[in-house]
Ligand binder design. Structure first.
Ligand SMILES: [Zn+2]
Length: 399
């Protein structure tokens, strides 16, 4: 039986976290402070999918009378930061000196693609700057807050910190581990199959579930599949049911023996396709002719060659290579071999498991063998949540 509406430990952790922040900082944020910061967080989220590998940031400026006089968010990678957009939106700049600036991430203090926001704020001298969380990027990491304080501005940090951390979990994960945040999506029948015995996998889950997956595609930097899925399903991995930006598409263990006519290698997003593979033989001279052909000839995407692990592309190295490419998040969409290998190597950060109210009784199982023989070795979820999507149940779990 499928347990319903059961919650993991996530919610209670959040509650504890917030009260601790208040306790340690000794600052009491008002209800109104929270409302403004929540607004800044909502604004920040509008940059989802467009600012990576930068973090999403939102900013709200409130006058001494309690009115919003400016707001903005980081809209596109390489474009103005949230604070700059918010300041630029203020009509009467004289009101800035007594204003409070709410910003979801510590203002930057380094010269990047744009001048540092701390210098801009330092000159405008608002009365108070409220920051949801410190920027752990070594280039900032408290220096932005220190600079503002030196300029005589009152700075308070930690308001809605847990929400700010959750908002930028991809950015923070990439910064900390040097590899993308990896979510494994599985869409299976109630008895655990992802395809019928004839290989057909369309469609196990409801339209609502597939729509949700398309929304995820638009917010992750990349979607990833294994070579078997490319061969069997010939997917496009595009964003279709909703409006959103097209993520990078990654094929693991291609292109050996795969046709150049497959959608991922030939459609309008060919340039957004990355093949991560290894040389079949150690010696370069023995490298697969298909790989050589793709490298030199018709393929307009990117080919990254990493080392081998048990005869396949080394997934750990592959993840770090993607991290180096600036990819902060990956949504894995099958199939069985890749999903199993990622779980075995403990590379999955989050599982999104759709369970459809259908039976197949045979076919391709979602997973095949995790090298677990005893209940003592079972793979537990740190926290999880059950939700209903259309006719399906969705288990979201942190691993
Ligand atoms: Zn900035």
């Amino acid at each position: 039986m499928v347990p319903v509406a059961e919650k993991g430990s996530k919610k209670s952790n959040d509650d504890v976290g917030e009260s601790q922040i208040r306790l340690y900082s000794g600052m009491a944020f008002t209800k109104q402070d929270k409302i403004w910061m929540q607004r800044a967080l909502n604004l920040a989220r509008k940059g989802s999918g467009y600012v990576s590998p930068n973090p999403m940031v939102g900013c709200v400026i409130v006058s001494v009378d309690g009115d919003i006089i400016g707001e903005g968010f980081h809209e596109r990678f390489g474009k103005e930061h949230a604070e700059v957009n918010a300041v630029n939106s203020v009509d009467d700049k004289s009101k800035l000196t007594k204003a409070t600036v709410y910003v979801t991430l510590e203002p930057c203090s380094h010269h990047g693609k744009t001048p540092p926001c701390t210098e801009i704020l330092g000159e405008l001298k608002p009365a108070r700057v409220v920051v949801a969380m410190k920027d752990p990027n070594p280039k900032v990491n408290g220096k932005g807050i220190a600079y503002l304080k030196e300029k005589g501005i009152r700075v308070e940090t930690g308001l809605l910190k847990e929400k700010a951390v959750e908002l930028n979990r991809f950015f923070l994960h990439h910064l900390e581990y040097g590899r993308p945040f990896l979510t494994l999506k599985i869409a299976q029948t109630a008895d655990g199959y992802i395809a019928a015995p004839n290989g057909d996998s369309k469609w196990i889950t409801s339209h609502k579930s597939r729509e949700l997956v398309h929304r995820w595609r638009a917010s992750y930097d990349a979607v990833m599949v294994g070579r078997n899925t490319v061969e069997t399903d010939n997917p496009t991995l595009t964003v279709r049911h909703i409006e959103g930006r097209q993520p990078v598409r990654i094929v693991i263990d291609g292109p050996y023996g795969l046709s150049k006519d497959l959608n991922l290698f030939s459609d309008q997003y060919e340039e957004k396709t990355i093949i991560i593979t290894h040389n079949r033989e150690q010696a370069e001279s023995d490298a697969d002719p298909m790989l050589k052909l793709m490298k030199t000839n018709y393929f307009r995407g990117k080919i990254l060659v990493v080392d081998r692990h048990e005869g396949h592309t080394n997934l750990k190295t592959a993840m770090h290579t993607l991290g180096d490419e600036g990819i902060t998040s990956v949504l894995v969409e099958g199939g069985q071999a890749l999903s199993t290998a990622l779980l075995k190597q403990r590379l999955v950060d989050q599982l999104e498991l759709f369970i459809a109210p259908k039976l197949l009784g045979g076919g391709t199982r979602s997973l095949l063998g995790l090298n677990i023989n005893r209940m003592e070795d079972i793979l537990p979820f740190h926290s999880f949540e059950w939700n209903r999507v259309g006719d399906d149940m969705l288990l979201t779990a942190k691993i």
